[in-house]
Write a protein that binds this ligand. Structure first.
Ligand SMILES: NC(=O)c1ccc[n+]([C@@H]2O[C@H](COP(=O)([O-])OP(=O)(O)OC[C@H]3O[C@@H](n4cnc5c(N)ncnc54)[C@H](O)[C@@H]3O)[C@@H](O)[C@H]2O)c1
Length: 318
């Protein structure tokens, strides 16, 4: 099939804290030729785009401007960070319904432009909204993905590297499942410099009770967003970098393995739900799910995440 995208054009929908931080980080990496900002408030997007564009003399070559729905037509990646904030007294479910409606209307506009892009959803609840976007688009599943547990896995790698005193580049580790309370660390996939964690801990012998330390690190990852939101109201720097990582591997067809949120179709014994599992990501989006041989308790945790998300999806339909 003839693809009609301009090379390395990225559209960001939602020019708030996450969208603008992502755009800023992407511009500095020199990965995109064009970065387009779209927001429900055109004036706000215009202001953000101008502010970002004034850094042009100091970025690698890139064009940054405010856009409109026609820009979806030849984009290679469309990153959705748009969403409403919880209003006082509003239930979680009401917020999910509101954000699902926002996502659906954005996806309708993208589809109307006959875009060949990959849609990358970052708005929360990311796994639910990825599913909504995928079903609404009718596109192949690999082309509509969510940021999944890529950020959570970065937090996990950071904490492990701090704890073990090892370069984070030597730490391979994944959090999987829902980007939310039921997510879990896949210890069976965790390696330091190629050494499985169960072998590394006794070798290193730095901490006495490593099982206890693992639980502490797991909890710290799960509590990260709550802590940061308590301190400053929102998280945006690390998710901005996580989105750059995902978009970079798509633009460069790098085939990195990242735990993006993707539709499961029998993998891990699960069906009809989007959640974070390791995927080979490259041009065209999620190219292949890596069906890792998880331990029984990890499989149970993944199934639990899936059933929590499927319950929410059911409530969305009611
Ligand atoms: N996936 C992750 O790991 C992760 C991490 C952090 C934040 N998030 C999520 O990212 C989302 C954005 O967070 P934020 O801090 O940037 O919020 P924000 O309020 O700063 O920005 C959201 C923007 O979306 C815009 N918007 C709302 N409806 C729109 C529509 N229909 N079309 C276009 N734009 C629209 C708003 O005008 C606003 O500028 C939230 O859902 C947040 O929970 C996800």
């Amino acid at each position: 099939m003839e693809l009609n995208w301009k090379s390395r054009k990225v559209v960001v929908v939602g020019a708030g804290a996450v969208g603008s931080t992502f755009a800023y980080a992407l511009a500095q990496k020199g990965l995109a030729e064009e970065i387009i900002l779209i927001d429900a408030s055109h004036d706000f997007a215009e202001g953000q785009a101008l502010d970002l564009a004034h850094g042009l003399p100091y970025y690698p070559s890139v064009q940054i401007r405010v856009g409109q729905s026609q820009d979806y037509a030849d984009a290679q990646v469309i990153v959705i960070t748009a969403g409403a904030k919880q209003a006082p007294g509003e239930s979680r479910l009401a917020l999910v319904k509101k954000n699902a409606a926002i996502l659906a209307s954005i996806v309708d506009e993208i589809v109307a432009q006959e875009s060949q892009a990959v849609i990358l959803v970052a708005s929360n609840p990311v796994d639910i909204l990825t599913y909504v976007a995928l079903k609404r688009s009718g596109w192949p599943k690999g082309r509509v993905i969510g940021s999944g547990t890529v950020l959570d896995s970065a937090r996990f790698r950071y904490l492990l590297s701090q704890h073990c005193g090892v370069d984070v580049g030597n730490v391979h580790a994944y959090f999987l499942g829902e980007h939310g309370d039921s997510e879990f660390p896949a210890w069976s996939m965790t390696h330091i410099a190629g050494v499985a964690m169960d072998d590394y801990c006794p070798l290193c012998n730095k901490c006495q009770a490593w099982q206890y330390e693992r639980e502490k690190i797991t909890q710290a990852v799960k509590d990260s967003a709550y802590h940061i939101i308590n301190y400053k109201g929102a998280t945006y720097f690390a998710i901005g970098m996580a989105l750059v990582r995902i978009v970079g591997t798509i633009l460069q067809d790098q085939r990195s393995v990242l735990p993006v949120s993707t539709l499961l179709d029998g993998e891990y014994g699960l069906q009809d739900v989007c959640l974070g599992v390791p995927c080979v990501v490259g041009q065209g989006g999620a190219r292949q799910i890596v069906a890792a041989p998880l331990l029984p308790d990890e499989k149970t945790a993944l199934s639990k995440s899936a059933s929590i998300l499927q319950d929410v999806l059911k409530q969305l339909e009611e």
